[in-house]
Design a protein around this ligand. Structure first.
Ligand code: NAD
Length: 259
């Protein structure tokens, strides 16, 4: 389906980005991975599902650094002829009241969860426009649409990411390039496991009980969204069928924002 296309997925060594990388590779795209932690394990899994003619690359750019992002985009241009599909997924979280929020955490969250998407997008657009094809998918969150206490930086960054999505979509509206955002609710990944563990130790309960209380507070389904469900939604946004989906903010949140 995506044979001959190259997908760059930031933060794809874990969680949602990893599922997106595998799904796009399974559908024929070359995939360039990015992210920290164990790289070889996730990369080997993506290589296992890729089509025989496709390639898997990796660049370890820190998404909080403009110059490292520039180096990564240069690598994608040199090795793969540019990104046809760009998934801005890398993200981190920190939880604290505004008055206690560490300034360095605020700066990192804004840089990784928002500014990195500006850099990758501005650097990917010229080649996408030249080819008259491009799919930019920003992994935002329900927190791009609504707030939650103690998540000021994350909520501000994700609201900003939806703004960037809309403006990019408008500026490309008469081209073959689209830009959209997906807005997941709770998804069980390492990012959320940390929040479950923190709740378990704060409330003095086990992980299972902390999970139930976390989900039932916000997510009416009381079930996690899966990384594969999100990857399939991204896959759809990259197809021709989605060519006129522009500037959308697609929730997959178990009913969170319907309340
Ligand atoms: P995760 O922690 O499993 O994965 C995050 C990925 O980003 C990893 O590959 C990590 O190495 C990478 N990363 C972190 N900092 C980086 C940096 N400075 N430079 C490069 N890579 C970096 O998290 P996840 O839950 O899969 O989250 C992925 C995205 O989905 C994030 O943008 C997050 O905000 C969003 N999201 C997650 C949930 C959820 O419930 N898990 C809900 C809504 C939105």
């Amino acid at each position: 389906m995506f044979s001959g296309k190259t997908a760059l997925v930031t933060g794809s060594t874990s969680g949602i980005g990893f599922a997106i990388a595998k799904t796009l590779a399974a559908r024929g795209a070359n995939v360039v991975m990015n992210g920290f932690g164990d790289v070889q394990g996730p990369k080997a899994e993506v290589e296992l599902v890729k089509q025989p003619s496709a390639r898997v690359g990796y660049h370890g750019a820190d998404m909080s650094s403009a110059s490292q992002i520039e180096a990564m985009m240069h690598y994608v241009a040199e090795e793969f002829g540019g990104a046809d599909i760009l998934v801005n997924n890398a993200g981190i979280q920190h939880v604290a009241n505004v008055e206690d929020f560490p300034v360095d955490k605020w700066d990192s969250i804004l840089a990784i969860n928002l500014t990195s998407a500006f850099h990758t997008t501005r650097l990917a657009l010229p080649s996408m426009k030249a080819k008259n094809f491009g799919r930019i998918v920003n992994v935002a969150s329900v927190h791009g649409l609504v707030g939650s206490a103690q998540k000021s930086a994350y909520v501000a960054a994700k609201h900003g990411l939806l703004g960037l999505t809309k403006v990019t979509a408008l500026e490309t509206a008469r081209t073959g390039v689209t830009c959209n955002a997906i807005c997941p609710g709770w998804v069980l990944t390492p990012l959320v496991e940390k929040q479950v563990d923190a709740r378990a130790s704060k409330d003095g309960v086990g992980t299972a009980e902390a999970t139930v209380s976390l989900l039932s507070e916000k997510q009416p389904s009381s079930a996690f969204v899966s990384t594969q469900q999100l990857a399939d939604m991204v896959g759809f946004l990259c197809t021709d069928a989605a060519a006129q989906v522009r500037g959308a903010t697609w929730t997959m949140d178990g009913g969170w924002t319907a309340q």
